[in-house]
Design a protein around this ligand. Sequence first.
Ligand code: ADP
Ligand code: MG
Length: 550
Amino acid sequence: MNNNKKRSGFQVMCGLIGMIKPLLGYMMIAIIMGCIGNLMATFITVIGGYGFLHVFGVKEGVNLTLIFILLVLFAVLRGVLRYAEQACNHFIAFKLLARIRHKVFAALRKLAPAKLDSSEKGNLISIITSDIELLEVFYAHTISPIAIAIITSVFMVSFLGKLHMAYGVLGFVFYVIVGVIIPLANGKIGGAKGQKYRDSFGELNTCVLDNLYGLEEIIEYAQQDARLQNLNIRTDNLGKITGELKKDENIQRVVTDGVILFAGIAMAILGANLVNCGQIDGPHAIIAVIAMTSSFGPTAALSALSNNLHHTLASGNRVLDILEETPVVEDITDGVDMVAGDIRCEAVDFAYKTATPVLDKFSAVFGENKIHGILGKSGCGKSTLLKLLMRFYETDGGEITYGTDNVNHIKTSSLRKNISYVTQETFLFSDTIANNIRVAKADATMEEIVAAAKKASIHDFIMSTPEGYDTKLAELGDSVSGGEKQRIGIARAFLHDSKMIFLDEPTSNIDSLNEGMILRSLDQEKKDKTIILVSHRKSTMGIADNVIAM
Ligand SMILES: Nc1ncnc2c1ncn2[C@@H]1O[C@H](COP(=O)(O)OP(=O)(O)O)[C@@H](O)[C@H]1O
Ligand SMILES: [Mg+2]
């Protein structure tokens, strides 16, 4: 189910800021240090201005030594504070990213397996790999700069206002232009282009990956020139958009710098008028100009920030979607333990969210200690039936019972423990062969693993690899065939040693000799188990005690 919410940028921000709570102290420290540091940077020039005036004989009650000491002190402290601010911000950001990753995986555990079943897998991978990473920008380079810009601007407006009310008003106007209006305008103009850049970047990535993965097909069908041309078009496209973005960025910088320069000029003109009217003296008018022009650091930083904000918030939105998504099926933690008995499907109806009904009033009884074959053509709903039995999805109508208990009342952990489920695709971890089989039973001894491998008719293959059971699968690379993979999956099921074994086309890629051996092993296992064997091949059904055609 996809229940993505439409959130405004502000709502995403609030959602992301909400996650800072446990680290609020560090955030405060970062902001305070950033404010003091930036004000010191401004006042280095202002104090310098006083020193300058002092040299020209305008004594403001301060002596040159004090000015000199303050200059050196501020310069050193400015560096230290800047470092501390950045350290704090990055500490917060990476701590939070770790927490968010943890949360996302916890959410995925709840959403799987239905979520992983759908076509959204690729999307999920990009959320886990790049979206979460991008939030670093938000936590380390967005929140505190905004807070720092606001606080330092308020301070500077009151400092200027103290010199003269009119200075304060003028300062306020320019801070708003540089820190609010220009960033908002940038966001409006740059947002669409930023999106175009990311889309085009994504397309190029996909194209490169496709070319890599599909190399054999490309060579086989002599598609090299066509693919290369395709790649060139995408590269050119990305280059063009990057050029446009850079141009925009330069214009932005010129406009910001222009406004800052203009602020200084406006301040000087205002000063000249005030001096003429006798409302302020010359030296203070000069100090006001210096203070104004050197105080735009924090606000100017916001104009660059707005370029990325759009992108960061989109990533944040996707992460929040995952965290807030309600699972299609909730795990049952307070149910009953599974007890042995027949498995019954009674008038089961089921449809995936988008598709037409897959199961329509499906009924069947799977008795104990037997092998039940389910035969049906591709797409008729065989795998779906097994997923319903596993309660990866809930039925839309009818009911599934194990013994006397409805599947919806059985503890999910008990259900998983009592069923070995061999899916159509076996995933192999980049670990040793032994550990790949051990996935099914963490404390299995080597003897048990070998016994399971023999039952799955994969022992001889394993012994033929360089280090036998200790061979790392990654080292074998692509040389593990589909059939070998399937047999490792089947070995897992034998090792798991549960009351029930569900096998979804387990021998579809396996030659008849090995298939025969596996089916014989199953036949030996069935005396105290319920085995459901799905296949589209009639020959596989020879072993079954009872065949249900779907
Ligand atoms: N996650 C899913 N979302 C939507 N439709 C699906 C999903 N999985 C399977 N289907 C559709 O449901 C039907 C039955 O699929 P499946 O049970 O896998 O068939 P079988 O295993 O018999 O080949 C097919 O039409 C398939 O396209
Ligand atoms: Mg199937």
